[in-house]
Design a protein around this ligand. Sequence first.
Ligand SMILES: [Mg+2]
Length: 165
Amino acid sequence: MLRPDCFAERLSGVSLDELSACGIRGIIVDLDNTLVGYGQDHLAEADEAWIRSARARGFGIVLVSNNFTGRVGRIGEILGVPAISSALKPLPRGFLQALRVLGTPKAATIVVGDQLFTDVLGAKFCGLRSILTEPIVAHDWLGTRVLRFLERVLLGRKPAAPREP
Ligand SMILES: [Mg+2]
């Protein structure tokens, strides 16, 4: 249940050609530490370009975040993609809502996120494939830090080093 289908260093490193080749048409993207640093608004040029390129190629994209702030919608607006906040991942509700928005079948939809216990586990609950990315910044919400510790144990992952968002 906790094994992602693929790993990527970050969102912009996910190959759109490979997704296409796997029959993927809808992408559910986590926000914090996948698309932007935790609690930040700043979009890295590479990630923004990846989203624009994916949209231009006809992929449907929805942001699904457990964060409840207006930031989620604002970033969605900047990118021109729908955003679902307060998703309560790993519970299925937010993912199912995203599937309705995308209009893609589960087999043609993938989840990209930085957390095993929300993004990957939630994808599994819904029968969706998933890609686990490295967190953009080491800083996290307290509850997330506890889960990170468990992720490191399970994946043999090193603590995330801070990097340029
Ligand atoms: Mg995240």
